[in-house]
Write a protein that binds this ligand. Structure first.
Ligand SMILES: *[C@@H]1O[C@H](CO)[C@@H](O)[C@H](O)[C@H]1NC(C)=O
Length: 330
């Protein structure tokens, strides 16, 4: 019940929690990298080409009316042609759930004509009662759509359940993958530096709140993704680990310091994540030993590192100075 617990905790910004499980994927191409071609989940005859997270449709015509997701060609027949169209059989004048999402549905005009629709924000479609219901009362959490029926093997695509996670189909079976380093960038289909990827809910580091043997209680721990962010591990009782710690972050130009459990001046905080993130100045001190280097920041991330030669970097004045300067981090 990750998503629903978010609604009641006030420190949880919508941008952080709303997306974990309730994320609305309005265009299927937001999952796929540029130029990926997939079969349209609604039709055996249509293909979708993804560009910039947007779908472009093409339709196969007679005498090759079907789209083959493996060869990406229009073909005469498909082995699985019976189950690749949305089925309105026996559902005329009824709504059927969209297997790709919790909020989508099809209205069957007759037994052959599904028309796609979506429930309003914060609601899910419930096929049993044929209505949109509040998402926090819904039991639909993730899609159970078989993505491997529309995409060929070996192509990475986003797993919206975590910034570092993605999927790939291998021999037609969906696999869950995790980036070894960095986060998954849907647009490029690759794992990239964390700061390059928009991430609204950082994955929990392993054992972030300790283990059942020694759970962390009422303590803030670094989020393992930014220098500003932390998780608050609540006291869940004896031998209970907080499995769902709340995320928070320091104000701009302050970093989280574990030892004092507070937000302090960045150059006092040893942190290996991108030191440009959360800073409002264009040049920041680099952790490279000697305090003679600085980082150039663009859009909250490191562009490159520069050296002051034999001089020291004076961050406050953004200049190299001959006077010896020392900081905790370098
Ligand atoms: C739909 O509503 C029925 C009846 O209230 C309920 O039993 C069922 O769990 C709901 N399904 C989902 C996916 O929420």
């Amino acid at each position: 019940m990750k998503a629903s617990s978010c609604f009641v905790i006030s420190i949880c910004a919508l941008s952080l929690c709303g997306l974990t499980l309730g994320q609305r994927i309005e265009d299927i191409c937001t999952l796929f990298s540029d130029k990926t071609v997939i079969r349209d989940p609604e039709s055996c005859s249509r293909s979708i080409t993804c560009l910039d997270g947007k779908s472009t449709y093409s339709t196969c015509k007679s005498p090759t009316p079907f789209f083959d997701k493996d060869t990406l060609k229009c073909v005469k027949t498909l082995p699985e042609a019976d189950n690749c169209d949305v089925s309105c059989a026996n559902s005329a004048s009824l709504f059927v759930a969209d297997p790709k999402s919790c909020f989508g549905y099809y209205y069957c005009m007759d037994e052959e004509t599904p028309v796609y629709g979506t429930c309003p924000d914060a609601t899910h479609f419930n096929e049993t009662i044929q209505e949109c219901i509040w998402s926090h009362t819904s039991e639909c959490h993730t899609s159970n759509f078989d993505y491997c029926s529309i995409i060929k093997n070996g192509v990475n695509f986003d797993n919206v359940l975590g910034c570092d996670r993605y999927h790939v189909c291998t021999k037609g079976v969906l696999e869950d993958k995790t980036c070894k380093t960095g986060y998954y960038q849907a647009r490029t289909g690759a794992c990239e530096a964390k700061t390059l990827v928009r991430c609204d809910s950082h994955p929990l580091p392993k054992d972030v709140c300790g283990t059942t043997k020694s759970p962390k209680k009422n303590v803030m721990v670094p989020d393992g993704a930014t220098c500003q962010g932390y998780f608050f591990c609540a006291d869940k009782g004896e031998n209970q680990v907080d499995a769902n710690p709340q995320w928070g972050k320091c104000k701009d130009d302050l970093f989280f310091d574990k030892s004092t459990q507070s937000c302090i001046e960045p150059n006092k905080v040893v942190c290996t994540e991108d030191r440009c993130q959360g800073r409002t100045i264009p040049f920041v001190l680099s952790p490279t030993k000697g305090c003679r280097h600085y980082l150039r920041c663009v859009d909250g991330r490191t562009l490159d590192e520069k050296s002051c030669g034999n001089y020291f970097f004076d961050e406050a004045n953004a200049v190299c100075v001959s006077q010896i300067l020392t900081y905790n981090i370098c």
